[in-house]
Design a protein around this ligand. Structure first.
Ligand SMILES: Cc1ncc(COP(=O)(O)O)c(C=O)c1O
Length: 409
């Protein structure tokens, strides 16, 4: 072989090693990711050219389209999911005397919205199979306490698994409680009720109010954004006022009227508005919501089949409905080692969630530490694998291969 030919072979094999190393180095698969299309970008640009950057027509357009998608009568768009939760607790009159039951396995905001209003949070443990707030546990808690101890329940459609709200509604009615559904993970998810009807998350059939988030990893991404849905006109009217400083300009509601400019601040509200360009983005994303949901379910099915074969433990899908798969969670004994080993090959899994009652703030509120054995056991083993519509089959195969390799090592 002449010198030139051997140089060519050397260079090409060197380049091959170099490029595969580069690909390895560049591989970065997060647990969740937004998908921004050219239509999304065009919609935002169009909104920026409108006369209103906030309080303009895109807000109502987004609200109406979202209410229709979810199947609720009313929707109120707000700055983020946390603001949505806060407006819900304000609207339902939570105060220093209120005690509200929720799950320890959620994002902290689910519980914090009660604290914002000065109320107390009581955590009830989860169901180990689904990681949802355990209905039987809540029932026992209510049965063991004098009537009037609790004012409301906040169940969470955790990971995208729809809570059976029909059961919770019956229980809530028995004890005179309200229900806020935290549906941040579940637009498009549903459970089937006792009459065989599909009850979509946030449709307002059972919960007084439901909330959603448009954080980038959620089904609909606005950057920041949130939505409250309800079937109650009375609650809807209150929410609209509280979203804008407690101010109204509605002539029918004014106590006085000095002229066209006149407004009244009738209660203490906030500025929890969402700007028009974010609503334009949300509206454009909403058009692809079903497409994204279908892809999420396909990804979940592929994970299920692979992990079932390998004998790995994953959170079960609903028996009486359809999951929305915001998250795909498996449970493994040596979770930290799996998390670290995935990171080494560019897979950025995540943990959902550290139980809220173990957070220093919530611990500081208790004289003796409260224990939620099922939630704590779940936390020790849970890990959320990549789940988003643009995750490719090749990337998913790589994730599956790495998880199974770890489990079998
Ligand atoms: C279950 C749940 N509730 C509430 C929130 C709060 O939403 P946001 O981040 O939009 O304030 C989140 C967001 O991560 C969430 O996952």
């Amino acid at each position: 072989m002449n010198f030139l030919a051997s140089l060519k072979i050397f260079t090409s094999s060197y380049l091959h090693i170099f490029t595969s190393k580069k690909i390895m180095e560049k591989r970065s698969i997060p647990y969740g990711k937004q998908h921004i299309s050219q239509e999304d970008i065009d919609a935002v640009i169009k909104a920026l050219q409108l006369p209103f950057l906030t309080q303009g027509p895109m807000v109502k357009e987004f609200e109406d389209a979202f209410a229709q998608y979810i199947g609720a009568k009313y929707a109120v768009a707000v700055a983020n999911g946390t603001a949505a939760l806060h407006l819900c607790t304000l609207t339902l009159g939570v105060d220093e005397k209120s005690n509200v039951i929720t799950t320890p396995i959620s994002f902290a905001a689910t519980a914090n919205c009660v604290k914002y209003c000065g109320g107390s949070v009581t955590f009830a443990d989860i169901d180990s199979e689904t990681a949802l707030l355990d209905f039987e546990g809540v029932k026992k808690l209510l049965e063991a306490s004098p009537k009037g101890t609790y004012q409301g329940i906040i169940p969470v459609d955790f990971a995208g698994h729809a809570v059976d709200l029909e059961k919770f509604k019956k229980l809530a009615d028995e004890y005179g409680l309200w229900l806020i559904e935290d549906a941040c993970h579940a637009p498009g998810g549903y459970f089937t009720d006792s009459k065989g009807q599909k009850q979509f998350c946030g449709n307002g059939q059972f919960a007084d109010l439901a909330i959603f988030s448009f954080h980038p990893v959620k089904h609909i991404a606005c950057g920041e954004g949130g939505m409250i849905t309800t079937n109650s006109k009375e609650l809807y009217d209150k929410l609209l006022i509280l979203r804008t400083h407690g101010i109204t300009k509605n002539p029918a509601l004014l106590q006085e009227n000095h002229g066209g400019w006149y407004y009244e601040m009738q209660t203490l509200g906030y500025n929890y508005r969402i700007p028009d360009m974010l609503c334009a983005l949300g509206l454009s994303q909403l058009k692809r919501a079903d497409e994204g949901l279908t892809r999420r379910r396909l990804i979940a099915q592929r994970y299920d089949i692979a992990f079932e074969k390998a004998g790995s433990n994953f959170l079960k899908a609903p028996k009486n409905g359809e999951h929305a798969y915001h998250l795909y969670i498996i449970q493994v004994k040596n979770r930290k080692a799996l998390y670290d080993s995935l990171q080494q090959v560019g897979i950025f899994a995540q943990i959902h969630y550290i139980p809220i009652h173990t957070m220093p703030y919530y611990r500081s509120l208790e004289k003796t530490p409260i224990r939620m054995p099922k939630a704590e056991h779940y936390y020790d083993q849970c890990i959320s694998l990549p789940m988003y519509p643009t995750l490719t089959d090749e990337e998913q195969s790589f994730v599956i291969e790495q998880v199974i390799k770890f489990a079998q090592a």
